[in-house]
Design a protein around this ligand. Structure first.
Ligand SMILES: [Zn+2]
Ligand SMILES: [Zn+2]
Ligand SMILES: [Zn+2]
Ligand SMILES: [Zn+2]
Length: 601
């Protein structure tokens, strides 16, 4: 549907959410690979990526904001992979299969020659910098590559030179909101380090060398870094793995709310099209376009807001992060609600001791009791035990996060112990830090599961190896199911994190049943055992995947079929349903052979 058509239909009928609309209108404002030079017909300013149906206004005290209900696609202007991902993903299209390394700098990788050619416009200057890094390194085979933040700043500078310093695109990159003057002490320190690293990376010898990038003073440099740190997005794969940084002027216009009605995702390449990855703004809650737009609240109806921070975190942690990085005190609807002492935030709550399904706030010395939201029962509780568990939990989460890649076995041990401590204190699965620990544990189990799977392929399996692998798989499913419960408590339906997790859980459940095409004639699962086995497990996998598909279509847009993960889930579902048929048929035949066709005595 065209925007005119959309507007007309909106005027005619009661507005409804796009979430339920099977074919949401969307606009693709892709920059074709070499669109670095604008076509003369394009209007100057931000408007390159902004569709006609979006309107930009100035909100008092907040600067610019975009008002609209339309989904938006665009391609990042600049993207950079983080150091561990440089050799894993294509530096242009972010595909995971890389075959070609730049022979000059021997650092960046591409999936093919086409991507390498497209990337050359920005990589050309970068290649010199990376080559210099390698030459100056004491270990030329393994030079220490500067972090993504430094390389991203350099790419922004190269892009500005490429566009022309006075071009509209360069101005667009310069028009990002800068926090200069309002920076916290810690931000000032990290900005100074970043400035030094950038100057070194660019190989600048005299301050005048920076003028080619439009940097004429130390103040300009601080400005560039300040703008950059508040206006970059995390670059993710279609399954939300964080792989680097992306810059998009148009997608930086959206204001923040801890209860966002839209999310930014990278669903994957649109219909197999090549190019830099598509970034998409998707509405995940009703935006109520018919409502009057009010200007004085953070997320009034009709305004698109995204979250700059992880919304599974409790209010105090979100506010600290927002203040430190973005320099503002969040007054969004959720933060306002969280200030109310009677509000029970699922991010900071304890299950009802009577196990009625309700929840209570965390007890404090001022309120040394729990009070259930559902059964309304109030019961005294050991405040110290809960507070200790939460404090130890936070320390454990910090430790696990720091160690999960370098020492996964130790990290897993800590996670297991502290998860059971928090669980016995009654902390809800969606609450911080339990949810964080459960997610880390799920990540760790998935890693050991894939190495266990690698170890058993090709070898003759002994019963004990097989049993060990099965145990690990069941553990992973149980943890994933708890994570799901936690995510459901804190995130709305169709949130990308929830949608991706559901798909992972479904695929995990499908894992071992798909491994053998011959159905084992095991007894139907004991219903109390989770996860079940046999057909019940296959059915469970199907149920999760059906739900996952529904949520992926919201999270990544129906226009992309729920992104790359949505397509994969759809294929798996077709396969599983066929297998379910074989399974049922197999059981019937075996049953017939064993029971019905048994010779009568
Ligand atoms: Zn590529
Ligand atoms: Zn190179
Ligand atoms: Zn907030
Ligand atoms: Zn209760």
């Amino acid at each position: 549907m065209s925007f005119r058509g959309l507007r007309a239909s909106r005027d005619k009928k009661q507005a409804k959410s796009f979430v339920t609309d099977q074919t949401p209108p969307s606009v693709v404002h892709d920059n074709p690979p070499d669109s670095i030079t604008p076509t003369p017909s394009e209007k100057p300013g931000f408007r390159y990526d902004l569709p006609a149906s979006m309107e930009m206004r100035v909100v008092p005290g907040k600067g610019r904001a975009v008002f609209s209900i339309t989904l938006l696609h665009c391609r990042p202007r600049v993207l950079v992979l983080s150091v561990p991902n440089i050799s894993r993903y294509c530096s242009y299209c972010c595909a995971e299969l890389v075959t070609k390394r730049c022979s000059a700098c021997r650092t960046v990788w591409y999936c093919d020659l086409a991507c390498q050619k497209w990337d050359w416009t920005l990589h050309k200057s970068e290649c010199d910098c990376l080559g210099r890094v390698r030459n100056l390194s004491s270990d030329q085979e393994n030079p220490s590559i500067p972090p993504d933040a430094v390389r991203c700043l350099a790419r922004i500078s190269f892009a500005k030179v490429k566009y022309g310093l006075h071009s509209d695109q360069a101005k667009e990159l310069d028009s990002f909101h800068s926090l200069k003057g309002a920076l916290s002490q810690s931000a000032q320190t990290s900005h100074t380090q970043l400035a030094h690293a950038l100057v070194q990376y660019l190989g600048v010898e005299a301050p005048t060398d920076l003028e080619q990038y439009g940097i004429r003073s130390a103040g300009d440099l601080v400005d560039l870094i300040s703008r950059f740190s508040t206006n970059t997005h995390t670059l993710t794969t279609p399954n939300l793995t964080q792989i680097g940084l992306a810059v998009s002027p148009v997608l930086s216009l959206f204001n923040h709310s801890c209860e966002p009605n839209a999310v930014l995702v990278f669903p994957g390449s649109p219909r197999g099209e090549k190019g830099s990855p598509s970034m998409q703004l998707v509405c995940i809650r009703d935006i109520n376009p018919g409502d009057e737009v009010s200007m004085d609240s953070t997320s009034p109806a009709g305004v698109i807001v995204v979250s700059y921070v992880d919304t599974t975190l409790p209010c105090d942690q979100r506010r600290t992060q927002l203040k430190d990085t973005y320099g503002f005190d969040c007054t969004c609807t959720l933060c306002q609600r969280s200030e109310n002492p009677t509000y029970v935030d699922p991010r900071a709550s304890i299950y009802c001791p009577a196990r009625c399904g309700g929840m209570s706030f965390f007890p404090t010395p001022e309120r040394p009791y729990v009070e259930c939201t559902a059964c309304k029962k109030r019961a005294p509780t050991e405040v110290e035990a809960v507070q200790d568990a939460l404090r130890i939990g936070q320390e454990a989460l910090d430790k696990v996060t720091a160690l999960q890649d370098s020492d996964p076995a130790y990290a897993s041990k800590i996670a297991t112990n502290i998860i059971s401590l928090l669980t016995s204190a009654g902390v809800a699965n969606g609450s911080h830090p339990l949810l964080g620990l459960l997610r880390s544990q799920h990540y760790l189990l998935t890693i050991s599961l894939s190495s266990s799977a690698d170890a058993i392929t090709g070898t003759t399996l002994t019963a004990s190896v097989k049993e060990e692998h099965q145990k690990l798989l069941d553990d992973a499913i149980r943890t994933a199911a708890r994570v799901l419960q936690g995510l459901v408590e804190v995130l709305p339906m169709g949130h990308p994190i929830r949608a991706i997790h559901l798909s992972e859980l479904g695929l995990l459940c499908a894992t071992d049943e798909t491994a053998s095409n011959v159905p084992a004639l095991s007894l139907p699962a004991n219903e109390k055992v989770f996860p079940p086995t046999g057909a019940a497990r296959l059915q469970l996998a199907i149920n999760y995947l059906v739900e996952a598909r529904k949520e992926l279509l919201i999270a990544f847009g129906a226009g992309t079929e729920g992104g790359d993960v949505g397509k994969k889930v759809r294929e798996t579902l077709i396969q599983l349903e066929a297998e379910m048929g074989i399974w049922k048929e197999g059981v019937k035949t075996a049953w017939k052979e064993q029971v019905l066709d048994r010779p009568q005595r």
